[in-house]
Design a protein around this ligand. Sequence first.
Ligand SMILES: NC(=O)c1ccc[n+]([C@@H]2O[C@H](COP(=O)([O-])OP(=O)(O)OC[C@H]3O[C@@H](n4cnc5c(N)ncnc54)[C@H](O)[C@@H]3O)[C@@H](O)[C@H]2O)c1
Length: 256
Amino acid sequence: MQIEFKSKVALVTGAAGAIGKSIAKELKESGASVFITDLKHDAVQVVASELGCKGQSADVTSEKQVKAVVTKTLQEYGTIDILVNVAGIIDTTPVEDITEAAWDQMFAVNCKGTFFFTKYVVPVFKEKKKGKIINFSSKSGKTGSALMSHYCAAKGAIISFTQALAFELASFQINVNCLCPGITDNTGVWDTCSEGYIRDMNLPREDVVNKFTAKIPLGRLASVKDVTSVAVFLASEGSDYMTGQAINVTGGREMH
Ligand SMILES: NC(=O)c1ccc[n+]([C@@H]2O[C@H](COP(=O)([O-])OP(=O)(O)OC[C@H]3O[C@@H](n4cnc5c(N)ncnc54)[C@H](O)[C@@H]3O)[C@@H](O)[C@H]2O)c1
């Protein structure tokens, strides 16, 4: 199926990162006007110029900055049709060593940021009686992983938030779904996470990769493209009859 987004406007967060940038690129190449945002100011300028789209840096944990990004997107493109909440952080720490600040930041970036963008984009979608929201949970939001209880709790909350909004916004023809990727190679999250495992499990990188790959029925880690293609499908009309779903992209590692 050819996916096409001509005359659609997409707002993508976390777009200086591996998955966010790839989704922004794919949407742009499929005809959408794309507005990108990320915490990293310089990287936003570089990616925007590379993709030929507009962008503005912002901290997703700041309601004021999120509102400014949504306002700027509307000034630039006049509307928004697709919101992709990709920005996220991870950390590997034994539960007894997680500080209150680290717990709060985990929820602030992964959950509050998704809430803030949703809060300011939903009125636009309600007015149009149409819209697509794609959130980022994780396989770890369904079945928890050791040494990242704060990340797993935050990603579990994204699934509940997604389901609640699917009910709340269905009568406006607004689809709200989330992705639950497994370990995705060549990404910031896997870099941080694998470094943590190498340190905490005292294993070489190759053993860490083999240990996790052995649990995946399809026998390999996800690629950024594997995740991007499902996100782009959820942004397209092909997914119009799907809402409230938490889609696994895990090579079969997670089946529920
Ligand atoms: N990579 C994986 O293996 C994997 C697996 C499951 C879920 N995910 C989820 O997918 C999403 C993307 O992951 P990725 O690996 O591409 O991550 P990444 O680290 O490559 O990119 C994440 C981006 O979010 C941005 N960000 C962090 N804090 C921010 C803040 N306060 N305000 C604005 N932007 C902020 C970062 O600057 C970064 O560019 C995340 O939500 C992650 O939890 C990733």
